[in-house]
Design a protein around this ligand. Structure first.
Ligand code: FE2
Length: 468
């Protein structure tokens, strides 16, 4: 929970001391900096022969199976998989648990790419359309003796009071900590139905020559979750893979070949920024590493996108990006500042409920604040309380090869409600159009303890102060 102040009203100090403390509290009331000391594991990737990276048996067996939303409203699914040896079958066989009637989709794109001395397998993306809402589907990829079967549940029909639980993970990587995070996520008692992934997937680029075999091992590692539920993708800096030293000049090459998203469905010109509706939420994905200043495609798209959000249909307006706009750690400090300057006034104008980012390998939740009053001469450059502003969550604490960000700016800024340098994950549990419960779990506690939590009150329907 985020406490409001370090200084309790019931202090028994003398009046003059109280007055001095009150002044100090005003200056330094930044919420809670958790003193939790975590267990230290070495920040190294799990070896390739770890069981979490096991290759499915059989010649050319499909691997790295993953699904994501395939259209704007959740009635389509993109099923992706990789075959290592030859293209193989491009067909997905699927059936709903209700009807059992077998259907086939061959709406498949097969692609591959080269990256320096690496050649990818055959990457398949198959879009399955016209699915029934809130229905369990089974699906099969591959053929013959290497068929593999999975299942997913489609989201319910979009509507204002539809409950829905999202998971939040960022900067996951493939270390022992990553495995703990994913395991805790799978065990979360709220049973999140879809994951909002805040960018930085495999950290392949932290290996010599951006060893793309780490993209493959990461795909096999997370398959146990993402083959069964939709992960909504955000691109991080570790997806850029720009490396002129080895002749790799195309940004996002491995990521864009491997992870397809339904960007055209929201009139975006790039898979790096797009939107989807899901249950009672409208989710906008932005790219911290694409141009966003005035006149650029992303700026123009977001300017036109935000007014389209109908809060009577999707009350919860959620914005995802990789680089946080508010961050009080001494890591990546101010990297999100230029995007904040451009987009924050729109977030306030359109009453965005929450902005979720990764990138900083730690956890932080802010109060509802904005910093949009500054006009270069008035000196109003301090974040201020604003009931129309989003809460900013930084959850780049999936646990990856680069380790933890444990060095913070001091004192804790007034805008920061809770911060802690631990690995973990969170859930955003929408109850109805007015209330959502949010909880962050640190890995060291196991899943039962919520290290930070808050009730979110919807900015459009119930714009009163949130409560913890
Ligand atoms: Fe990052």
């Amino acid at each position: 929970m985020g406490s409001r102040s370090s200084f309790a009203p019931g202090s028994s100090a003398l009046a003059c001391c109280l007055a001095a403390l009150a002044i100090f509290a005003v200056l330094c009331d930044g919420g809670t900096t958790s003193p939790f000391v975590r267990t230290i594991w070495p920040s190294v990737d799990m070896p390739f022969d770890s069981d979490v990276f096991a290759t499915p048996p059989g010649y050319n067996a499909p691997q790295q199976v993953h699904i994501t939303q395939g259209d704007h409203v959740g009635k389509a699914v993109i099923v992706s998989w990789v075959t290592p040896d030859e293209p193989g079958s491009n067909r997905v066989r699927y059936w709903s648990e209700k009807s059992q009637k077998k259907r086939y989709s061959e709406d498949t794109v097969v692609t591959s790419y080269k990256y320096y001395n690496y050649t990818s397998g055959y990457i398949h993306h198959c879009t399955i359309k016209d699915l029934e809402p809130d229905t369990k589907y089974h699906y099969v990829v591959g053929s013959g003796h290497v068929e593999r079967q999975f299942w997913f549940v489609t989201p319910p029909e979009v509507g204002p009071d539809v409950p829905y639980t999202f998971g939040l993970i960022g900067d996951l990587g493939q270390t022992h900590d990553s495995n703990v995070t994913l395991t805790h996520y799978e065990q979360n008692p709220y049973k999140p139905k879809a994951l909002l992934f805040l960018g930085d997937l495999s950290y392949a680029d932290d290996h010599p020559l951006h060893n793309n075999m780490r993209w493959d091992s990461w795909g096999r590692f997370v398959e146990r979750s993402v083959a069964y539920q939709h992960w909504i993708w955000v691109a991080g800096n570790h997806e850029i893979d720009y490396c002129p030293e080895i002749g790799e000049y195309t940004p996002f090459k491995p990521y864009l070949h491997r992870y397809e998203v339904p960007y055209k469905e929201s009139n975006s010109s790039s898979p790096l920024w797009y939107s989807v509706k899901r249950a009672s939420a409208y989710i906008i994905v932005l790219s911290s590493y694409s141009a966003y200043a005035i006149y650029t495609p992303q700026y123009q798209w977001l300017k036109e996108e935000l007014p389209k959000v109908n809060r009577s249909e999707t009350p919860w307006l959620i914005v995802l990006m990789h680089s946080p706009l508010y961050n009080s750690y001494n890591y990546h400090y101010m990297e999100g500042e230029s995007m904040r300057v451009v987009f924050e006034p729109w977030f306030v104008e359109h009453k965005v409920d929450v902005v979720i980012a990764g990138h900083v390998h730690a956890y932080e939740r802010t109060k509802r604040i904005s910093n949009i009053a500054y006009n270069i001469t008035n000196g109003l450059a301090t974040p201020d309380s604003n009931p129309n502003a989003p809460v900013y969550i930084t959850i780049g604490d999936g646990g990856n090869i680069e380790g933890l960000a444990n060095n913070m700016t001091e004192p804790q800024p007034d805008y920061s409600a809770y911060r802690e340098a631990s690995f973990g994950h969170a859930i955003f549990d929408i109850k109805n159009r007015t209330h959502a419960y949010y909880a962050w779990n640190r890995n060291d506690d196991g899943i039962a303890v919520e290290a930070d939590s808050a009730w979110f009150h919807n900015r459009y329907w119930y714009s009163v102060e949130d409560s913890s």
